[in-house]
Design a protein. Sequence first.
Length: 259
Amino acid sequence: MKFVGKAKLLKKQIINEENFRFVIKRSDEMGCVYPGQFFNVSASKVGYPMLKRPISVSDVGEDTIEFTIKIIGEGTRAMLDYNEGEAVELMGPLGNGFEYGGYRKILVIGGGIGIAPLKGLINSLKKTEVEIHSVLGYRDAPYLYEDFAANSAICEIVSENDEQYNRGYVTDPVKKMLESEVYDMIYVCGPYPMLKNLTDLFNSKGFRAQLLMEEKMACGIGACLVCTCKTKNGDFGFKHSRMCKDGPMFYSDEVIFDE
Ligand SMILES: Cc1cc2nc3c(=O)[nH]c(=O)nc-3n(C[C@H](O)[C@H](O)[C@H](O)COP(=O)(O)OP(=O)(O)OC[C@H]3O[C@@H](n4cnc5c(N)ncnc54)[C@H](O)[C@@H]3O)c2cc1C
Ligand code: FES
């Protein structure tokens, strides 16, 4: 079921100078909303910029949906003009989302704003028996890590610039963890180079991961073909998959990364 319409903005919260949070009223017409899915959210209450922006669900409550948004350009900046109590136009839930049933031990790896959709995943799993290990990477000061710290048996935080934390990239702790741990599934969301480097690492160690991919989007429903990426199989040894409809979750052994 795809909801197309308006939902009330219950809460707008500034997280730091780059990121903010929207809590939207969830309606029955939206149906089930799963971690890893996204909504196309209207960038502005005045109708410009016109194109809706894809934003992942960063948490789902009984009658709420949370989005965590990084200010990138015109559209995400215009979203800040919405006031609490106003209606936000959106369409969703869209995309396939994560597969997460039946695993006993998982590793969750997030980089920057890519941590947002993983928050919804670990909150869906926190009341289950699954053992969660998390690695979160930031450029500067960490944010959005509290739920990971509270619900993970191991939570490693790295930052490129914040000296209070281990310096470096997520690949450093992940390499060590893959030497000593066995995971039933690994979940990753973050910038393209991070996904590519980690996938090379998983392939060399025999691990399989679910990657939440990102690409520029327009329609969000598989019609315009703006958002394709190369995946394995197909008539020529590869095919073009639509991130919005066939993804945004792809398995690490499906995706063909650009060199
Ligand atoms: C499936 C999916 C889930 C996402 N989830 C989140 C999230 O939870 N939080 C978050 O902060 N961001 C998320 N993004 C990225 C977010 O959609 C872009 O940062 C946003 O569209 C940028 O719009 P802008 O107008 O601010 O920037 P501009 O650069 O001015 O955008 C110009 C145009 O490019 C498109 N565009 C630019 N960058 C991207 C991008 N990286 N991905 C898709 N379209 C882009 C915009 O839709 C717009 O049409 C997600 C992207 C995808 C594809
Ligand atoms: S955004 Fe139109 S096909 Fe994916």
